[in-house]
Write a protein that binds this ligand. Structure first.
Ligand code: SF4
Ligand code: SF4
Length: 276
């Protein structure tokens, strides 16, 4: 069965960039399928085009939209029972250049805890995602906050001077899709599924897994560069204080610029197919 979005949707947009099939559209926005534009299936909420949804079969072990949805409103559509065979065939049609082979990620696989291949998916309410506790819709970080992958120091290497806490506090620029204003959110609050609100227009935004991972990787690079800069400074002769301060400021600005480019490109992503 294709996945469907219920009217509990809060229009946070977290699911849209996660879909490998470009099956999710914002309410009121016409969708593209088989080379032509079609009228939106919902005017008020994000919606899924059934003919483009493979329940993520071929890509993930569970439905990516359901994983990031903060209010658990991406559910199996009980009116469209479909088998894994039907769903992987849909993925193959949508991605003719992809070679899925005979072994591919699937919510039906044993590892994913799904139903047997060839059997229709279980009734709504039986997926792992749905049985999980609903994420808090308040603008607070999910608990626990996943720490970015800061490289562990080798025993003989100088301890990192940029602590994980300072990376978690790094202000990440966020571009509001509604008012196009920019505001900053500490990295610690960008955990996937957390619902944030634009301080300018109150529009909601919820970062997805890809946003979190790409920003996390960028901040890892920033931490590496900052550690190298501090090492260089400590080994340099005194009197280079001004150069050090300038280099620190340059690194911070370069990191903020890179994060801004990442956020911009990710917000544009839903308008394009991830496979071009
Ligand atoms: S289940 Fe997967 S393919 Fe279907 S709409 Fe959600 S993210 Fe897209
Ligand atoms: S993640 Fe859930 S609440 Fe947010 S837009 Fe998608 S369906 Fe709606």
């Amino acid at each position: 069965m294709a996945t469907v979005i219920t009217d509990e949707c809060i229009n946070c947009a977290a699911c849209e960039p996660e879909c490998p099939n470009t099956a999710i559209y914002e309410g009121g926005v016409e969708y593209q399928h088989e080379g032509s534009a079609h009228q939106a299936l919902s005017e008020d909420f994000f919606y899924i085009i059934p003919d483009r949804c493979s329940e993520c079969v071929g890509f993930f072990d569970e439905e990516a939209c359901a994983v990031v949805c903060p209010v658990d409103c991406c559910i199996p559509d009980p009116d469209r029972p479909e088998t894994e065979v039907q769903l992987i065939e849909r993925a193959r049609v949508l991605h003719p250049d992809e070679n899925f082979g005979d072994s591919f990620p699937s919510r039906f696989s044993d590892d994913a805890g799904g139903a047997d291949a060839g059997e229709p998916a279980a009734e709504a309410g039986s997926t792992a995602t749905e049985s999980a506790a609903p994420a808090s819709p308040v603008p607070a970080p999910a608990s626990p906050v996943p720490a970015p992958a800061t490289p562990a120091p080798a025993a003989a290497v100088t301890e990192p001077v940029v602590e994980a806490s300072s990376v978690l506090d790094f202000p990440v620029p966020v571009l509001c899709r509604s008012c196009e204003g920019e505001y900053e959110v500490d990295f610690r609050f960008l955990t996937p599924g957390t619902v944030l609100r634009c301080p300018l227009c109150q529009a909601s935004f919820s970062p997805g897994q890809r946003v979190f991972l790409e920003i996390s990787r960028s901040l890892d690079r920033y931490a590496d560069l900052m550690n190298a800069e501090v090492d260089r400074h400590e080994s340099a002769v005194k009197g280079e204080g001004e150069s050090h301060e300038a280099n620190i400021a340059d690194l911070k600005k370069a990191s903020a610029d890179e994060l801004r480019r990442i956020v911009e490109s990710l917000l544009e992503r839903p308008r394009r197919s991830m496979f071009g």
